[in-house]
Unconditional design. Structure first.
Length: 269
């Protein structure tokens, strides 16, 4: 396994044509496993609110909660880069608020870079954080909040045909260039699709990484760790392909534990 990953090393991977790989994680144990597997970065996402804590949406997540998760992941990672989301609120409140939040994530949380959601709407924040020496992983692309801006129904975002419009692609390329000029060290392109995704990769020099709606046309991929291992109740009955179905394994283990305890047998482990 190669030496510690740095931001210049991540950017060099794009120039070398090597795909970067990351996972979204929120706890020490998953971070440790991802680190041993050799991921290039671990993204501490505000998706923790929905996927781990059962919130209705990620907007409910607070700075204090993000700091708890970031610290836990940082303790588990020594080689890979750690990115942490600025939760909803500080960026929307203005440059000074966003800068204070980013400083806390770096200083207290141990993040190597901070991720700004909807960053294309706040290039002034990207510039301010860059001037302060804080690397920015800038998220942009198609979300429920931005879909109509590109004239694409959200329900059709994963359709290659829907994403192939010249107008939408031109807007996304323009946003990517603005974020690069503002100082972003990498881009998180949400729902890129093969048309706009490939165009953006070609248009900028910094890595373009994507999760949901991304693909091999990007410089790198990031995936929820819990999705990769099938760690959610929904995976028990799901037919969707994942790398392993941890939920089914957990269900089987808990069922066996209950059977052993109720039958008076010794409990394993």
């Amino acid at each position: 396994m190669e030496a510690n990953i740095t931001i210049p090393a991540l950017q060099q991977m794009k120039r070398d044509g090597r795909k970067s790989v990351g996972v979204v994680a929120w706890d020490y144990q998953i971070a440790r496993i991802a680190e041993r597997a050799g991921v290039d970065f671990v993204s501490v996402g505000d998706s923790v609110g929905v996927n781990l804590w059962g919130h209705a949406n990620p907007l409910e997540v607070t700075m204090e909660e993000m700091l708890v998760c970031c610290k836990a992941v940082r303790r588990g990672v020594t080689r890979a880069l750690v990115s942490c989301d600025v939760p909803f609120g500080p960026v929307q409140e203005g440059v000074d608020s966003a800068l204070r939040a980013a400083i806390r994530l770096v200083k207290e949380g141990g993040a190597d870079m901070v991720k700004l959601d909807a960053a294309a709407d706040f290039p002034d924040v990207v510039k301010a954080l860059t001037r302060a020496g804080i690397p920015v992983f800038a998220q942009f692309g198609l979300t429920p909040q931005t879909a109509l801006k590109y004239g694409i129904p959200y329900s059709a975002q994963n359709s290659a045909a829907a994403l192939a419009t010249a107008e939408a692609t031109a807007k996304l390329v323009e946003e990517a260039k603005i974020l690069e000029a503002a100082g972003a060290v990498a881009l998180d392109f949400t729902n890129s699709g093969p048309v706009a995704g490939a165009a953006v990769v070609k248009a900028v020099k910094i890595p373009v990484i994507g999760g949901f709606g991304g693909g091999p046309w990007l410089d790198g991929r990031v995936r929820l760790a819990h999705t990769a291992i099938g760690y959610a109740e929904k995976w028990i009955d799901s037919k969707t392909e994942t790398y392993v179905n941890g939920a089914k394994a957990a269900l089987a283990a808990f069922t066996a534990l209950i059977d052993d305890a109720r039958a008076g047998r010794q409990i394993k482990g």
